[in-house]
Each structure stands twice: as structure tokens, then as C-alpha cells.
Ligand binder design. Structure first.
Ligand code: SIN
Length: 292
């Protein structure tokens, strides 16, 4: 299968055109897509008109799929799809997670084995706004000064979904609380602050404003100060790519190498996307490498 590619920014992102994913890519095309994904951290497939099942089938080729803890927002009949939406159903209840990603985060970094990547498919887009911003966490790491690199090399941080959910509930009545059983499935977890990408071997920052609560090895004030400094550093415009959605885009990003932020749109403008999330592996840091 032939398709054309075009870089989307200097640091991350490549656009793929001329490929219809409703027909499963052959092995050679799939291998090319996978290596574009790993090298560029984000791939945009234009004009994909496939069904939810075809979306799931394509996603599964990258690994097992996650079932999101917010069960109310699964697509009916397709629990692998999380609905990201500001629309409401006929009964007035939210159709999907309305405030999904309205803070910088890496999907599922709060799990012991965080997501490899997410595939978000545009269903309904607002005529203006609604962009998604992505950051290259490898570029952000590379740009740190040597003293900071040495300081964070062996540190680990806690990531916690429940803490984020409580914070979001305080901001939005559309965000449901977790049941006790759901909360048990997302206990706080610890990950290295610097992560080595399993495919490319590149070092990247692996903390995010969304889910990282503190650094284990530091007292709380020092931890807060360091995290604040890293958060400010990594979201600088030179590390970002802004995705301006086009109809039927499928965007596939690497959660091991990026963070992202949904910039939002006025509430009267409908915005709905379907997301699958591919399972990943336990993050490895320089300290794990040294111990191995
Ligand atoms: C997400 O974080 O998965 C949603 C991103 C978006 O809605 O742009």
C-alpha cells in the first residue's frame, strides 16, 4: 500500500495521506507506520471514515487495549472506545468525558503500566477552536541544563488518577466521582522522572501536571518547587505541536514520549471524538538500566 508523509513540526508529528484504514494495512505498510510513529511520536491519518470496530481493530495491532475506568463514557457495544465529548444525550446526561485532557497529561500515566499510545478519531468538530497541543518530552528533556539532568536522573514520582478526578470534580459538575470499586483499580503508582523509550532508547521527562502529585525522594516543598519548574519548562512553545483538527482525522500519539492538552471550545459548539488507548509497559528509568 502506498501513502505519502509530511512532517508536521520540527520536533514531532508526521502526516500520512492516501491511506484508508478501513482496509487493514499489509505487514510492510504497518511496519512503516509503526516506525514513523516511534520516530515522530505522533502520526496524523487524514480523512479516515472507518467504523468504531475498524478503529478498534487497527488500534489492536499495536497492543492490547485499555478499558477506561470511567465506564459511563464507553461507546455502547464497544467498551474499548472512550467518548470524549462536550455534547449531552437525550436524557440530558453527558455523552462523554467533557473535560478530558483539559490539563497537560500523558494518558494513563497513573497506571503501573501506562499507555503506549492513544488513537483519537474526530466525529464532530467545532468550526473554531478545539485544538489539541502536544509536547515532545524528549526535546524538553534534552533542553534541560546539565545540573537539572543530574538532579532528576535517579528520582521517582507518584502518579494518581483519584487525586486528579477529585480536582476536576471541583471544577465541573459533568465529572462523575469514582465508585469505591473503580477507585481500587487506580491506586497511586511510582514511575521514574526520566523515562527511557523502549523503542528508540531516547530519554524523556515522564512527569505531568495532570497526574503527577509528588517526587518520592524530596520533602513536599522541594518536590512542589521542582515539579513546578519542570512543568513550566516542558510546556514552552518550542517543544509544542498544535493539532488543528480536520474532519475525520485520526491522531495517534506516543504517551511514552509526549504530553498533551485539549485547549477546549465554547460549550455551545459540539465536539466529539472517539479514543482507543493501547496498553504499554512499565516505564524504565536510567536507575533501572544501571541496576540491570
Ligand atoms: C484526551 O486527552 O484524550 C483528549 C484530547 C482532546 O480532546 O483533544
Amino acid at each position: 500500500m502506498s501513502f505519502t508523509t509530511r512532517p508536521l513540526s520540527e520536533l514531532l508529528g508526521v502526516e500520512i495521506s492516501g491511506l484508508d484504514l478501513a482496509t487493514p494495512p499489509d505487514e510492510a505498510s504497518f511496519a512503516r507506520i509503526k516506525s514513523l510513529f516511534e520516530a515522530n511520536s505522533l502520526v496524523v491519518f487524514r480523512d479516515q471514515r472507518f467504523t468504531p470496530q475498524q478503529h478498534i481493530d487497527f488500534s489492536r495491532r499495536f497492543g492490547e487495549l485499555e478499558i477506561h475506568v470511567q465506564h459511563h463514557f464507553h461507546l455502547a457495544g464497544h467498551q474499548e472506545i472512550l467518548i470524549v465529548s462536550n455534547e449531552t444525550r437525550e436524557d440530558g446526561k453527558p455523552l462523554g468525558l467533557a473535560d478530558a485532557g483539559r490539563y497537560w497529561h500523558s494518558d494513563l500515566s497513573y497506571k503501573a503500566e501506562p499507555s503506549l499510545g492513544s488513537l483519537l478519531h474526530a466525529q464532530t468538530l467545532p468550526p473554531v477552536e478545539g485544538d489539541t497541543l502536544f509536547v515532545s518530552m524528549a526535546a524538553a528533556y534534552d533542553a534541560l541544563d546539565d545540573a537539572t539532568k543530574a538532579q532528576i536522573e535517579g528520582l521517582t514520582a507518584v502518579h494518581d488518577y483519584s487525586a486528579r478526578n477529585v480536582a476536576q470534580q471541583a471544577k465541573s459538575s459533568l465529572r462523575p466521582g469514582l465508585t469505591a470499586d473503580q477507585a481500587k483499580t487506580v491506586p497511586p503508582v511510582t514511575h521514574p522522572v526520566v523515562r527511557i523509550h523502549p523503542a528508540t532508547g531516547r530519554k524523556a521527562l515522564f512527569v505531568n501536571e495532570g497526574f503527577t502529585t509528588h517526587i518520592n525522594e524530596l520533602e513536599r516543598p522541594q518536590s512542589d518547587a521542582l515539579l513546578r519548574r519542570l512543568f513550566e519548562h516542558m510546556i514552552q512553545p518550542q517543544f509544542q505541536y498544535r493539532h488543528r483538527w480536520q474532519a475525520h482525522d485520526l491522531v495517534f500519539w506516543d504517551n511514552r514520549a509526549t504530553i498533551h492538552l485539549a485547549t477546549g471550545c465554547p460549550p455551545h459548539l459540539a465536539r466529539t471524538l472517539y479514543r482507543t488507548t493501547v496498553k504499554g509497559d512499565r516505564p524504565i528509568g536510567p536507575q533501572d538500566r544501571a541496576a540491570a
